[in-house]
Design a protein around this ligand. Structure first.
Ligand code: UT7
Length: 324
């Protein structure tokens, strides 16, 4: 008998305000057609003035707790993956902790940009499977709109705001592929590649946020290669084939990246979860938002195999295999 962790509740939250491609085309030199053709994005949600990353996360957490039928007293820890914390410190996770009325346990943030949720899930899984904690909230929450230069058409069109959360809980397993819960996660990073996607500032260097610099073509090339590599590594680890995967839930950065991966691994379109057209790239929030979209529709069935796959600045990337 070994300890596993499984997702027992999901929730997400999107800010009310929707910005369409046509809205953007009114202020920058772009078109709806260019954005849809190159990225698959039709619209994005944008936080209202004063609406912070923690506000989005708190709403997502309340929904995840309700879905799991758990109270905050049942939770031992909160991990929030975010690139857009409310403040330089304290961690946004502690702001969420306070708002949820929790002063026991522990809470901290993880920064792995768009891979943040897979990193957070890995750390949370390790706390639970080593017996250090029984139940936790794992969050991906972002207000990417705050980082953007809204005049830079190469990045402004890509991102959106939102939050997703899951309740992760200990469960007994046999240590086999048939177990329910997180079966395996794998993480990678290559700091040599941080130049191709980074912010020009930060509290420890310029004392300000800076602006986003992205070599889109290079990131695109590495995304296909590394996301594909992570899938292959996961399948090989368990001696599985792509046919064994019931749901593929990738980071939502560009529909062309998702389609290229689906084609390479011959994932049928109905197995591939895509929310990019409505949410755009919400960084660490994209996978839990996509997961919640299919969970709330009642699509995921007990026993199905779910593969998560993410890549972001750093570069960081990773995947997780979950038996639902
Ligand atoms: O989540 C983190 C990971 N991030 C990603 O995975 C992003 C990966 N990269 C991408 O998704 C794509 O590279 C982009 C969507 C960012 C760009 O698409 P692309 O097909 O690589 O376009 P490009 O950068 O090669 O630009 C093609 C042309 C350029 O014009 P010229 O030089 O060919 O005349 C750009 O100036 O498109 C132009 N362009 C635009 N035109 C209209 C760039 N942005 C825009 C725009 N509207 N918004």
């Amino acid at each position: 008998m070994i300890k596993r962790s499984r997702i027992v509740g999901c929730g997400s939250y999107l800010p009310e305000k929707v910005v369409t491609n046509d809205d953007l085309a009114r202020t920058i030199d772009t078109t709806h057609e260019w954005i849809v053709t190159r990225t698959g994005i039709h619209q994005r949600h944008v936080a209202a003035e004063g609406e912070k990353t923690s506000d989005l996360a708190i709403n997502a957490c309340r929904r995840a707790l309700a879905h799991a039928e758990k109270k905050i007293e049942d939770i031992d820890f909160i991990i929030c993956a975010t690139t857009t914390p409310d403040q330089t410190f304290p961690a946004t996770a502690t702001t969420i902790q306070a708002a949820l009325g929790m002063s026991h346990g522990f809470a901290f943030d993880i920064q792995a940009v768009c891979s943040g949720f897979v990193y957070a899930l890995t750390v949370a899984n390790n706390f639970i499977t080593t017996g250090q904690a029984r139940r936790g909230l794992v969050i991906g929450a972002e207000t990417m709109s705050r980082l953007l230069d809204w005049e830079d058409r190469s990045t402004a069109i890509l991102f959106g705001d939102g939050a997703g959360a899951v309740v992760l809980e200990a469960i007994d397993g046999n240590g086999t592929l048939e177990d329910q819960g997180i079966l395996h996660t794998l993480l990678h990073s290559d700091g040599q590649l941080n130049e191709i996607l980074h912010m020009t500032g930060g509290p420890g260097s310029t004392k300000c946020v800076g602006s986003m610099v992205m070599n889109g073509r290079e990131v695109f090339r590495h995304a296909i290669e590394k996301l594909g590599g992570a899938i292959e590594e996961m399948l090989t680890h368990f001696n599985l084939t792509e046919d064994n995967i019931d749901w593929f839930i990738p980071h939502q950065a560009n529909e062309r990246i998702i389609d290229a991966l689906a084609k390479r691994f011959t994932f049928a379109p109905e197995k591939v979860v895509k929310t990019i057209s409505q949410h755009a790239n919400t960084s660490a929030a994209s996978i839990p938002l996509a997961l919640d979209a299919v969970v709330q529709k009642g699509c995921l069935k007990k026993g199905e195999l779910v593969l998560l796959d993410a890549l972001g600045g750093g570069l960081t990337w990773g995947s997780a295999l979950i038996r639902w």
